[in-house]
Design a protein around this ligand. Structure first.
Ligand code: NDP
Length: 618
């Protein structure tokens, strides 16, 4: 209990809580950091295999030219295709490793999969397609179906190449175009190339002793084995009725899987290293009038309203009004101005930080109390209780996760921050204990903050320089969408010097509109190429590198419990967390920056190439 002039009477001791958080964090710190995981490029290759594609698929190699090639068929690539078409560019070819569009929602077909943001702000192009989502938070099948809807409505299936990986991309200076080769023998040229390769698309697994000899059926959450479990992404996992299933991980994915498997498995054992903060979801079916869709621009307005809440700007009306905005409403209850009014002077940065920390404790205390209310067994409830600040790990919301632990067939194995330590031939090892299972699901996440070459799976070369070399030591972009020396190349997503956005699809849409504008404008000007000049890239990189807000955010995450938000506790700079850093003033300011640049109309900082004269101007 403590009284503080800045925060008033408190019914908890902030000093003790801070110490508890630090102790819990220290318990979880480990020297191998990110190296505890391995991707599916090496010995875990089988875990990356595509369960949804036809392994016998074959086609003849293609040699042709397209105006724009987009790499990636997830929401990013689909949005680029759609926004290009709106801008009058219809000759577009999407290339995708999977066998269909969908990206995240193509791969993640685990039972219970749903978007963790309100569907009306998350699903792309709802207004354009006049589509109303069926649930407040759409389930995986609807998200995949919506991806296909975009593909059909915008004619993107016509030239799409599926089950195709690019092997090399080279800028042909004399012909002012890109040449792409693929694993299917294609030789494709394009005036422009857009990389929309996602952000967390490569599964990762804990590289633990004994994993090579472990015999039970195993798979990663993003490659669900319905042949083994029975059913499909709608449920009905009947083949698990006589099985003891284990799941490693309690992140946003596991939160959604656990209640579904609990319904079907004979036994479910959840191996937990760090509990996730789980709030009330409030899932429901949504009638057609859930959102007033009559006003043009309604989706953009709704997305911006949500983003304003996330930034603590508190617009008059909370349109989405869910766990995200309600939590932020408590977390940032006073703007600097209001606090200044209360204190009768400007608060110092230190006071603001302290004030927000106190509010964070209040919010987390609320979540902690809710666990005690829902979970019957006090020991299990205690184990499920998170001890860190709300933003330290991706906050989750679910109506059935915590209650699943009240079932007789569900057991929580709390590893007290140490995690699963290895495997025998038949069992999962935690400390001195062994847990026999028939099947083990790895809900252990995806590779993050990796170099673009690894994310895309190929390098990009221009004027004899590889992008991986050009960006060695420092990612260089103008506005996170293009880089100097690489004409007609654009990035959409991948977190390269864009803004931090909880609603990633909002970010992808803003980027897609921006890239579509540039490409259409270059064509309208009759130029053969466009690229940012080095000085404009330098200036933008400077903004990123010297952002005080970035430094403050980095400091915040550095003190957090380990996770992918802070390089497993070992990040040295903001760049380690977001390839190349990010725009520190937040998503709305970043979107304004892009919009104002477009509205100025001068393509400031860009240089144009002319195929006739082979000159660069600008
Ligand atoms: P995460 O990386 O968030 O979680 C991985 C989990 O595995 C953590 O709980 C981690 O514990 C645990 N883990 C790793 N190694 C061990 C070990 N040796 N023993 C025990 N536990 C271990 O992956 P997710 O797949 O849950 O989420 C990935 C991303 O996908 C996130 O950004 C998430 O927000 C997003 N997502 C989005 C959804 C949406 O609707 N938009 C839905 C689902 C996911 P620890 O915390 O201790 O590291």
């Amino acid at each position: 209990m403590s009284s503080d002039p800045l925060v008033g009477q408190l019914d908890f001791d902030p000093v003790a809580l801070k110490q508890k958080y630090a102790d819990e964090r220290d318990k979880r710190m480990r020297p191998d950091g990110q190296r505890q995981y391995a991707g599916t490029a090496g010995k875990f290759a089988a875990y990356g295999r595509d369960p949804w594609a036809d392994p016998d698929f074959e086609r003849e190699p293609i040699r042709d030219h397209t105006a724009v090639i987009v790499v990636g068929g997830g929401f990013g690539g689909l949005l680029v295709g759609a926004r290009l078409r709106e801008a009058g560019v219809t000759d577009v070819r999407l290339i995708e490793i999977g066998a269909d569009f969908g990206g995240t929602w193509y791969w993640n077909r685990y039972p219970g999969a749903m978007c963790d943001l309100e569907a009306h702000i998350y699903l792309p192009l709802l207004e354009e397609l006049d589509y109303a989502p069926r649930h407040r938070y759409s389930y995986g099948p609807e998200l995949l179906e919506h991806s296909q809807r975009i593909g059909k409505e915008y004619g993107l299936y016509e030239k799409a190449l599926f089950q195709t990986s690019i092997t090399e991309a080279t800028w042909l200076e004399d012909r002012q175009r890109w040449l792409l080769t693929t694993d299917r023998g294609d030789e494709l040229t394009a005036d422009h190339m857009v990389l929309a390769c996602g952000r967390q698309s490569l599964p990762k697994l804990p590289d633990l002793p004994g994993i090579d000899v472990f015999r039970p059926r195993t798979f990663h959450s993003s490659r669900w084995d319905y042949g083994y479990t029975g059913g499909d992404s709608e449920g009905d996992l009947a083949k698990l009725r006589d099985k003891r299933v284990g799941i490693i991980g309690t992140g946003a994915t596991a939160i959604q899987i656990v209640p579904e498997v609990a319904r079907w498995a004979k036994e479910l054992v959840v191996f937990q290293r760090t509990p996730t903060t789980v709030g009330v979801r409030g899932q429901c079916e949504t009638p057609a009038d859930w959102v007033d869709r009559s006003q043009p621009g309604w989706q953009k307005t709704r997305r911006e309203n949500f983003q304003s809440y996330l930034l603590g700007l508190r617009p008059d009306k909370d349109s989405v009004h869910d766990g995200w905005t309600e939590t932020l409403d408590v977390l940032i209850p006073e703007t600097t101005a209001a606090l200044a009014h209360r204190l009768g002077r400007e608060p110092s940065a230190e006071e603001l930080r302290y004030f927000s920390e106190i509010n964070d404790y209040k919010v987390m205390n609320g979540f902690r109390e809710w666990i005690q209310d829902v979970v019957d067994d006090p020991e299990t409830a205690e184990a499920l209780t998170p001890w860190y600040r709300w933003w330290c790990k991706r906050p989750s919301f679910h109506d059935d996760y915590l209650a699943a632990f009240n079932r007789d067939n569900v057991a929580l194995v709390d590893t007290h921050g140490q995690g699963v330590s290895g495997f025998t031939e038949t069992a999962v090892i935690v400390g001195d204990e062994e847990y026999e299972v028939d099947c083990l699901i790895f809900a252990t996440g995806f590779e993050v903050a990796i170099p673009y070459k690894r994310l895309a799976g190929f390098d990009v070369t221009s004027r004899g320089v590889a992008l991986s070399e050009h960006w060695r030591g420092q990612v260089r972009t103008l506005h996170g969408v293009s880089t100097d020396g690489f004409p007609n190349l654009f990035f959409v997503g991948g977190n390269v010097q864009t803004a931090m956005a909880v609603n990633a699809v909002h970010l992808l849409d803003e980027l897609s509109q921006h890239v579509a504008y540039i490409i259409a404008e270059v064509r309208a000007r009759g130029a053969s190429s466009v690229e940012p000049g080095p000085e404009s890239v330098d200036a933008y990189v400077d903004v990123i590198v010297h952002s005080e807000k970035n430094k403050a955010a980095f400091q915040f995450f550095a003190e957090c419990t380990p996770g992918y938000y802070n390089g497993e506790g070992n990040a040295k700079t903001d760049e380690d967390l977001f390839s190349g850093g990010r725009y520190g003033d937040g998503a709305l300011a970043y979107y304004d920056l892009l919009r104002e640049w477009r509205e100025a109309g001068g393509m400031e900082g860009m240089r144009f190439g002319d195929l006739e004269t082979n000159e660069i101007r600008g």
